[in-house]
Design a protein around this ligand. Sequence first.
Ligand code: ZN
Ligand code: ZN
Length: 406
Amino acid sequence: MSGKMLMLILDGIGDRSVEELDGKTPLEAAETPHLDSFAEEGQNGLMDTIAPGIRPGSDTGHLSLLGYDPYEVYSGRGPFEAAGIGMELAPDDVAFRCNFATLEDGKVVDRRAGRIKEDTEELAEAIRDIDIGVDFEFEKAVEHRCVLVLKGEGLGGDVTDVDPHEIDTEFHEAAPMVDSEENRRTAELLNEFVEKTADVLSDHPVNRKREGDGKLPANVILPRGGGKVPDMDDLDSKHGLDAGAVSGIPLVRGVCALAGMDILEVEEATGGLDTDPDSIIEAVVGSIKDHDLMMVNIKGCDLSGHDGLPGQKVDFIEKLDSSVAKLKELEDVYIAITGDHSTPVTIQDHSGDPLPLTIWGEDVRVDDIDEFNERACSKGAINRIKGGDLLNILKDLADLTEKFGA
Ligand code: ZN
Ligand code: ZN
């Protein structure tokens, strides 16, 4: 009988030797009896999510873990953000992540419009009435974030950002990154869109009220990270898998949605340090019966890594640890525990350092490793693999793979 597969992706878990932790990594310094017991009962190794020395984004990292070649399918962050908030996308569409921002005398004075939280749907409605001669969709996301999708044929995805990524400067005019008719057309449409957002938002009642309350108006939309929606075969057509995913971050949800996975709503998966691993694991245990593969992304470590806070990373790992114990109740499930990339507190960004990997399941060939961390796993039976091989390894264990040859 074939089994099921679960990838537990601890976002940004990998790290380097940290002086404040006596040269240990946060994962080595943390008390992790439950993660360690998976390592003890499983087989272990290191994993380069994309390839040795390559620093993955969360998007390209998850693509690779799902067996896609990110160099082939990754077309910029915009389409994944759009899919992550549930927008329906066609392969020819071009998507941009955007911010509500504040313009004063032609200069961007706040890229997040005072981190606007309220009334963004009213502003979005006004923006949807803009005419730029092609169909587009515009949706608000969390706080100041929003997404623009230009629809139709003859559009290009390679245009520069309008968002200047700094303040007290004018916003940029979009221009083709690669000269082509499609990219020139997209850049022109985008510039027209941005100018018109400034027109409709400057005098909008929501902004007049904000100014009256002493708040910064959200009087322009600044797009960035544009890209054409990738034409990805979903996991069902590629591998015959019915797959589901849980993640608190729209970017990862978008990757999973474009891979054709069911996205489970777990309110307690916040994507922040306040995320509730217990609720996430409970949701997974409850829904794995309906799927061949579940991917679970738990974000927390990554934030401490970006902020350079080793103690906070240790604390989050310990909070995670007790939640994973419940996974042992699952039967006929092969579980891979790893990350999408390292986010070392010493670097405060993603790095290419390989990740610890444990594969646990009924009949896996158990090795001598009894701790889940970077150094211990490096001595395990799996040795060192690429993230793009993980799905095949799990499929083989779960007896979901066709024989190659006679
Ligand atoms: Zn990540
Ligand atoms: Zn990160």
